[in-house]
Write a protein that binds this ligand. Structure first.
Ligand code: DUC
Ligand code: ZN
Ligand code: ZN
Ligand code: ZN
Length: 459
């Protein structure tokens, strides 16, 4: 593998910005310093640009069977879109069916991931609980490099776990030193409201949102925090969307609990008026949790600024409007839940976070790369620009405007929930494991080049 020298860039970490050159050899950062006197196979001049640690998206669903469909991006197209947007590593969810062996599901996901162009890890969803599940969780942690497990507290009669199962899971995580993450929405409340609305003839996409109120997220977040507290383990709220779960998070942390929070760009930037779009276009925004009424996003931004929410992922889970979402034309309950975002995350956070003064560029690096690497056991190999770390880097061009559109994105899906959104700044060069993967918007990725990242928790 060749060597690479990045000169004159402004390196951004969660704590500071420094002007240093970066010398890369054999896929790793080999030297850092002012005016490095080394020769390299290629020299990139990053004057006037930032150098960020490669983005890490710890919430993706690639090639995932869900609600009778399969998410539209597979590991190749999904990780290629990620690279184009400056995200060089992902953690994807393995979702076994109820009663299915976790290790059997793991084998399926290993084979799906063979075409990944970016490095990837796995979280394991636990959709049922038994002694067998506990034994297989131990194998995941000790032999497979998978120390994080997700419980769905929604999707009743499908993948939801009840409180007894959740308690089993939390106790098992204590023994294994693993992290339990949860999709917090009360599945009983959702099922009740779905049935009521549908019986009243309310079938359009907007009723998806009305069947999943923010109080159902708050309840479920409080329940998870309380159970984790009783059992004495940390916990992680995935895709937080509202003020209620934010309050739970802030309060639990104030009481000394190890609880972490994640949100996504759609909850920071959109409001529920998206469901009023004509011609079934609201279906593109059908995801869970749903997009919230105005006001909730400000709580999320505040919590990010205060360091209470540590991670912004995407919950990238695209479904085409044609042929997939439209299966729910007469029944919002049948619209496959999810949307794309893996390619857009950094641009959106830079434009609507950093440029709008809501967060600093250092905070952007923290929530998109360093914090996820630390929380999920990939640091400092990932998420840091230090000697010895993987050379996953983004040379970020701070100006230059663009527009997000399904016509031009690399996501393999026919709609964008950020259609028409103006962006400022973009990744000029994306480097993963020392190789240039994307330059000026042109991808140079190699299917199968992505490597599995075995993880071990340290925080
Ligand atoms: N929510 C979604 O919108 N899609 C995938 C799974 C989830 O929890
Ligand atoms: Zn979820
Ligand atoms: Zn998800
Ligand atoms: Zn897009």
């Amino acid at each position: 593998m060749g060597s690479l020298l990045i000169k004159n860039g402004e390196i951004v970490s969660p704590l500071d910005c420094t002007f240093q050159d970066i010398y890369i050899e054999d896929g790793k950062i080999a030297a850092l310093g002012k005016d490095l006197d080394v020769s390299a196979d290629r020299v990139l001049d990053a004057a006037g640009q930032y150098v960020l640690p490669g983005g890490i998206d710890v919430h993706t669903h690639l090639d995932m069977p869900f609600m009778g469909e399969v998410s539209a991006d597979d590991f190749e197209s999904g990780t290629a879109a990620a690279m184009a947007g400056g995200t060089t590593s992902i953690i994807d969810y393995i979702v076994p069916g109820k009663g299915q062996s976790l290790l059997e599901a793991l084998a399926t996901w290993k084979s799906k991931a063979k075409t990944a162009v970016a490095d990837y890890g796995f979280h394991m969803a636990v959709t049922w609980y038994s002694d067998q599940v506990a034994r297989e969780m131990a194998v995941c942690v000790r032999e497979e490099g998978i120390p994080s497990f997700k419980a769905f507290l929604a999707y009743k009669d499908a993948i939801m776990v009840n409180d007894e199962e959740l308690v089993g899971l939390l106790k098992c995580s204590r023994e294994l030193n693993a992290l339990i993450m949860a999709h917090c929405e009360n599945g009983e409340i959702v099922a009740e409201l779905q049935e009521k609305l549908f019986a009243e003839g309310k079938v359009e996409p907007k009723y998806h949102a009305l069947s999943r109120p923010s109080y159902a997220e708050g309840e479920s977040a409080f329940r998870l925090a309380s159970l984790a507290r009783a059992i004495g383990v940390p916990a992680y709220f995935v895709h937080m969307s509202c003020a209620e779960s934010t309050r739970v998070l802030v309060e639990a942390r104030a009481q000394g609990m190890d609880i972490y929070g994640e949100t996504c760009p759609q909850y920071l930037l959109l409001d529920d008026s998206v469901y009023d779009k004509p011609d079934f276009l609201g279906a593109a925004y059908v995801m869970s949790p749903p997009i919230r009424p105005k006001g909730h996003a400000e709580s999320l931004w505040g919590a990010i600024r205060a360091g209470q929410i540590q991670v912004v992922g995407t919950d990238h889970c695209p479904f085409n409007l044609k042929g997939q979402k439209e299966l729910g034309r007469d029944d919002f309950r049948k619209i496959p839940n999810g949307a794309a975002g893996i390619e857009d995350r950094l641009k959106l956070l830079y434009t609507y976070g950093v440029m709008k003064g809501r967060i600093t560029i250092n905070q952007m690096v923290a929530i998109t790369s360093t914090n996820p690497a630390k929380i999920f056991g990939m640091y400092p190999q990932k998420g840091s620009i230090t000697v010895g770390a993987d050379a996953d880097l983004v040379i970020w061009q701070p100006d230059g405007e663009g527009t997000i559109s399904a016509m031009t994105h690399y996501h393999r899906v026919d709609t964008s929930i950020f259609e028409g959104y103006r962006t400022v700044g973009a990744p000029a060069v994306v480097i993963a494991n020392g190789r240039v993967q994307c330059e000026d918007g042109k991808l140079m990725v190699e299917p199968g080049a992505g490597r599995f990242i075995p993880r071990k928790l340290t925080v």
